[in-house]
Design a binder for this molecule. Structure first.
Ligand code: BGC
Length: 789
């Protein structure tokens, strides 16, 4: 079986065919270059990890390029998928021959110290030039130690969580020979039907930028050559998250100013953080597929942003230019992709097979091929692969089941605990009071699920390493409480109520009830868009039956899911709702500690929760219509007999304690274009427990040349306060925070009034106003710059 749906690619995953090599002068230097590279690298220890145009690097790359034949060059531009054998990933014998010929630039989904070292040895010792192979894999939120899914980590509003989980993932993956991950995904997503919202940081460009930068830094570390660092990929470039109707792979019909204002900022932040590679997205934008978009892959990325790394296609993305309808055949697809600036071809094999004829016919300049090859070689160089091709695969660092390092588990626990969002807690049902509970009923099919907490893209994660929610609750409950478990339904998708009676009995016999419901991991991720955001199967009926049976006893729902769900009925029925996402290997322990109060939840929603599926796309930073929603006037924007407000807004999240906010204080009432304005707010823990609060700052430009969002997140800080403690939190605003893309589009800021809003959610805010003044009273250009993210 091919590791990832290679089936439909048919011939693509097949062996290299002869690709009509054009005779090039024989290499002037014999055999492998590896040793030379090692010496070379030693002589220039200052060579930067990434992002640096280093003269020595350039000279090295050019010296290799000068010796390459066309098949070797095209081989470097080609990435093959591994197969799955009895014992793990493997490759065909014929592909090994291709390695010997120097025609394999990269593998995806081939990992394991033994297999990668063996293949690397063939490349380095048996191929003519000895160019090392780049092994890659989707290391998305952990490799052996699975962390909460990226959407969950974004709910922590803590970039340290994302950075640390990426660092550990890189360290673990590198032991298996992986040098490059296809992460982070930074697609802003406003439509929860889209299955891949689970992979990103949610709906907001600013939060998304901060998280993207943190993940890039976590994967890559400060030195990309270090054996524990791996190259990151900023994906999917661009606007994949704008898929119409939330259907995966669908078109993104958005204007350039929406693209720039909403979808591009995290990518820009990734460049600023030094992301080594980018991946083109499957979608088209306004009729131009991203894989054929020179405007995106070259003009914006390399021209405007100065990115000098490598761009890889998505899986078969080049060949898909044919069904998109912009390429008549594979040769067209190859030409368009290369022209656009896509350097490496993931599994389509169109570069390898089609470019020789295109070059021979003069339709593709050799210089274009050379430039792409340079970028691939540069990446290998920056990763230190030439200097030490075996630095990463290390059997002694591989981790068998049950052997996750304690430090990694601790980090996974921290991440899971910090990602939990308390959505509702009427009457202070939570935390559960051990003194009042002798019997606790845990109900729901996901409570004992060992697999779903791993989330989609679960790397080399193993079910055996997962602490299921049920086990975590039992541990946290302690020996004084008897925990009765019953699933209630056979699976999340089951529509049978056959297990309800047992669930109702358990609820009646207990002093408190915890229901664990939601989605299984395979309901989110790629190709897992859902038409409805309702709880699947008979889970709603189960919750309602149990809730009714429980009477006045404490009842809490723990949600396990990878997207916002439509839970208005639940909000009206159940007093306490805990959003725990797919929380990784330590999910159970984190949830148990939240339920019993060892952990005071402090996460906030990175995506709006609607009341009903029909409201999506729904997001907090919408632009005002000429008829803003007014429930008393039906001729305003909204729905017939249904509110258009969210159930839980972006930034929402409760705590077991209570925070109060003072009015925001500004350092000045007027701000010049070169000034920094401070916004200070005092936050007090007015409750009885220590807790975390995420202080959020939004900005609004009420009157502008184009309509502006009702508010936009511009800063946030997660702080911890003891009971009674007050802390002043200060944000600094510059003109960059006030800038927007006008109709042209140009990035400008306009003088006039601005509103800042500070609070604990996008809807719980207090405001203050200031004025931006410019020298001549006109708009000023505000070029993009690498900011705080
Ligand atoms: C996904 C990418 C992923 C690639 C390689 C594609 O289908 O869209 O996100 O990195 O496969 O597995």
């Amino acid at each position: 079986m091919v590791l990832r749906r290679a089936g439909w690619m048919g011939g693509c995953a097949a062996l290299l065919s002869a690709c009509a090599p054009r005779p090039l002068p024989p290499p002037s230097l014999p055999s492998a270059i590896t040793d030379r590279a090692a010496d070379f690298a030693k002589s220039v220890p200052h060579v930067a990890a990434s992002g640096m145009r280093d003269a020595s690097e350039q000279a090295f790359v050019d010296s290799v390029l000068a010796r390459m034949t066309l098949p070797e060059k095209l081989g470097q531009l080609t990435q093959y998928a591994g197969q799955w054998g009895q014992t793990g990933p493997r490759v065909e014998t014929a592909t090994e021959d291709a390695i010997r010929r120097g025609e394999v630039g990269s593998f995806l989904s081939v990992w394991g110290a033994d297999v990668t070292r063996r293949l690397q040895r063939i490349a380095v010792e048996e191929s003519r030039l000895g160019i090392p192979i780049l092994f890659s894999h989707d290391v998305i939120h952990g490799f052996r130690t699975l962390f909460p899914v990226p959407l969950a980590e974004a709910a922590s509003w803590d970039p340290d969580v994302a950075r640390e989980s990426a660092r550990i993932a890189a360290a673990e993956a590198s032991a298996y020979g992986i040098a490059w991950t296809f992460a982070p995904m930074m697609d802003v997503a406003r439509d929860a039907r889209w299955g891949r919202v689970v992979e990103g940081a949610g709906e907001d460009p600013h939060l998304g930028s901060v998280m993207a930068a943190a993940r890039v830094r976590g994967f890559q570390g400060t030195d990309l050559r270090a054996p524990l660092s791996i190259a990151a990929t900023a994906k999917h470039f661009a606007a994949y998250g704008a898929a119409e109707g939330g259907r995966d792979y669908n078109i993104a019909d958005i204007p350039e100013r929406t693209l720039r204002e909403t979808y591009l900022p995290p990518f820009r932040a990734a460049v600023c953080a030094g992301a080594a590679t980018f991946m083109a997205s499957f979608n088209e934008i306004g009729g131009v597929p991203a894989h054929a978009s020179r405007a995106l892959q070259t003009d914006v990325l390399r021209g405007e942003w100065g990115f000098n790394g490598m761009v890889v296609s998505d899986w078969g993305g080049l060949q898909e230019l044919i069904p998109h309808g912009v390429a008549a055949g594979r040769a067209d697809a190859a030409r368009l992709g290369l022209r656009a600036g896509v350097d490496m071809d993931m599994v389509s094999e169109v570069y390898l097979k089609e470019l020789p004829a295109e070059i021979a016919a003069g339709r593709v300049p050799m210089a274009e091929v050379d430039e792409a090859v340079r970028r691939v070689l540069r990446l290998k160089y920056r990763l230190g692969l030439f200097a030490n091709p075996y630095a990463r695969g290390d059997t002694s660092r591989e981790l068998p089941a049950g052997r996750l390092p304690a430090e990694h588990r601790r980090a996974a626990y921290e991440a899971a605990a910090r990602s939990v969002v308390l959505l509702r807690n009427a009457g202070g049902v939570l935390p559960l009071d051990r003194a009042r509970i002798r019997r606790l009923a845990v109900i729901g099919p996901l409570a004992a699920d060992r697999h779903s907490p791993l989330g989609s893209w679960n790397g080399a994660g193993r079910d055996e390493d997962v602490v299921p929610v049920l086990d975590g609750i039992r541990r946290a409950a302690g020996s004084g409480i008897t925990v009765d478990y019953t699933a209630g339904v056979d699976s999340v998708r089951s529509t049978s109520g056959g297990g309800f009676a047992a669930a109702v009995r358990a609820a009646r016999a207990a002093d408190a009830v915890v229901l664990v419901v939601g989605e299984t991991e395979d309901m989110t991720g790629e190709a897992s868009s859902r038409v409805s955001l309702d709880l699947p199967g008979a889970q709603r009926e189960l919750v309602e039956a149990v809730r009714a049976a429980a009477g006045r006893k404490p009842v809490a729902v723990v949600l396990m899911n990878g997207r916002p769900l439509a839970l208005e009925w639940m909000h009206d029925t159940v007093p306490a709702i805990v959003e725990a996402w797919f929380g990784g290997v330590e999910m159970g322990n984190a949830v148990g500690d939240v339920l019993f109060g060892e952990v005071n939840p402090g996460g906030k929603l990175p995506m709006t929760f609607p009341r009903a599926t029909g409201q999506v796309p729904i997001y907090y930073n919408y632009r005002q219509t000429g008829r803003p929603a007014d429930p008393r006037n039906e001729y305003t924007t909204g729905y017939e007999r249904s509110p258009s407000t969210p159930l839980y807004p972006f930034g929402h999240g409760l705590s077991y304690t209570r925070f109060t906010y003072g009015a925001p204080r500004l350092s000045a009432a007027r701000m010049g274009a070169g000034d920094t304005l401070s916004v200070t707010v005092e936050v007090t823990n007015a409750g009885g427990r220590a807790g975390d609060e995420v202080v959020q700052l939004y900005v609004r430009d009420p009157v502008a040349a184009v309509t502006r969002p009702v508010k936009e997140l511009r800063g946030f800080r997660r702080i911890r306060l003891n009971p009674g403690e007050t802390r002043a939190v200060t944000f600094r605003l510059t003109v960059d925070d006030l800038a927007f893309w006008d109709a042209a589009p140009r990035r400008i800021a306009e003088p006039g009034a601005f509103v800042v809003q500070v609070g604990g959610s996008s809807e719980q805010v207090q405001s203050a106003e200031f004025e931006l003044v410019t020298v001549d009273g006109g708009a000023i250009a505000v070029p993009e710059r690498c900011g705080a993210a």
